[in-house]
Design a protein. Structure first.
Length: 366
């Protein structure tokens, strides 16, 4: 993993933001599109991931196989993801601070971000859970009047569409494996048909089968919930007593062992099973930029805001392309390829800033 281990004290938590300063000078003029270089370590009083947890997380990106040790590592990793357990980590505070690099706040540095995007077409990508869900519809509708806007989620695309109900957006469900653009007639539709991309379509029957098996295997565990996300399946631990977590993990492993073409990944108190194909939220971002006509374009400025571990694939793509920025929504330290952070997506109305910016005519291709 080449990620930085970072966090982000955002000093504006809970207070309203001043109007964005649009005429501010660029802080990184020679590398206008490059993320700022990593600031120094320390500061912020946030909690860093321990090396142990990093190892555990790396162990999760695997197929089935292994035995009780693997189950334990899944469960340990799940525990380590919970804030209570992060606080009680055996790592001392000074050790935690040594590993910590502070990410600049997207809010405090909003004028830098906008300066870097000057003259370029912003394209907005928003993760759903933890990012867009607290902001909600009105804001996203306003954003989409300024920039092409996509929602990228681990959830099933239809479900996200039912929550948001905005026909003018691009939707990428199932961690980017189910993409659909706006219908004909939208100002962002280039062709006559909406863009569609389902790179894992051959896995549909297998995923349905796995969903049914997991429902059957977990039905006796109180609180366990299996969610069919069309091209992937989530097994939720959130409402399961901690002493029963191994039982659920064992069920997941026993099913996964039968399907070598599926792999496991982990979210917040959730284990997810998905196809082994090389497709993720980063690939979805690249596909969408291409669909919008920005494949080899230097004057595009993608901004991806997300809070989930799966959003890292998109942050990484932006970093490698040296285009736009990833903004990580997080209060705690994470291994990340994002360039900026937000403690809360609702915090001081980042969306108002974007809205002001685009209506003042600084970024208005459409
Ligand atoms: O890619 P995202 O839009 O961030 O979706 C990630 C997962 O979101 C949902 O899970 C989240 O909400 C659950 C409560 O409804 C919560 O228990 C879980 O911890 C959250 O991650 C969704 O249910 C999952 O399938 C998505 O993968």
């Amino acid at each position: 993993m080449t990620n930085q281990n970072v966090v982000v004290p955002d000093t504006k938590s809970g207070i309203s933001l001043p109007m964005v300063r649009l005429s501010g000078s660029s802080i990184f003029p020679a590398t206008a599109q490059k993320p700022p270089t990593a600031p120094g370590t320390g500061g912020g009083g946030c909690i860093s991931l321990s090396a142990k947890k990093k190892l555990l997380l790396e162990n999760l990106e695997i197929n089935g196989g292994g035995g009780a040790a693997k189950i334990n590592s899944w469960v340990d990793s799940m525990r380590a993801s919970s804030p209570t357990h992060m606080k009680s980590s055996s790592q001392s505070l000074s050790e935690q601070h040594q590993q910590q690099i502070t990410l600049p706040s997207a809010l405090d540095n909003f004028d830098q971000i906008m300066e870097a995007s000057r003259g370029k077409q912003i394209v907005m990508f928003l993760d759903y859970d933890g990012t867009l869900s607290p902001i909600m519809r009105t804001t996203v509708r306003r954003l989409a009047t300024c920039f092409p806007t996509a929602i990228v989620s681990g959830r099933c695309r239809d479900k996200v569409y039912k929550f948001v109900r905005l026909a003018e957006l691009y939707y990428a469900g199932s961690h980017g494996m189910d993409i659909k653009g706006p219908e004909k007639g939208s100002k962002y539709t280039k062709g006559t048909e909406p863009v569609i991309c389902q790179p894992a379509s051959e896995f549909l029957p297998m995923i349905d089968e796995v969903f049914k098996e997991l429902v059957a295997k977990t039905k006796l565990t109180p609180g366990a919930k299996v969610e069919n996300n069309k091209f992937c399946v989530s097994v939720h631990f959130r409402c399961v007593e901690e002493k029963k977590w191994s039982e659920v993990a064992e069920a997941v492993k026993s099913v996964l062992n039968k399907y070598p073409k599926l792999r496991l990944s982990q979210g917040r108190k959730v284990l997810e099973i998905r196809p082994t194909i090389k497709w993720d939220k980063g690939k979805a971002l690249e596909f969408l930029l291409e669909s919008l006509g920005f494949a080899n374009c230097t004057d595009v400025f993608p901004i991806y805001i997300g809070d989930d571990r799966t959003d890292e694939d998109a942050f990484k793509v932006l970093k490698e392309r040296e285009q736009g920025f990833g903004i990580l929504v997080s209060k705690v330290a994470k291994d990340t390829n994002a360039s900026y952070s937000l403690q809360e997506p609702t915090q001081a109305s980042l969306h108002d800033l974007f809205h002001n910016y685009c209506f003042l005519g600084n970024n208005n291709y459409y």
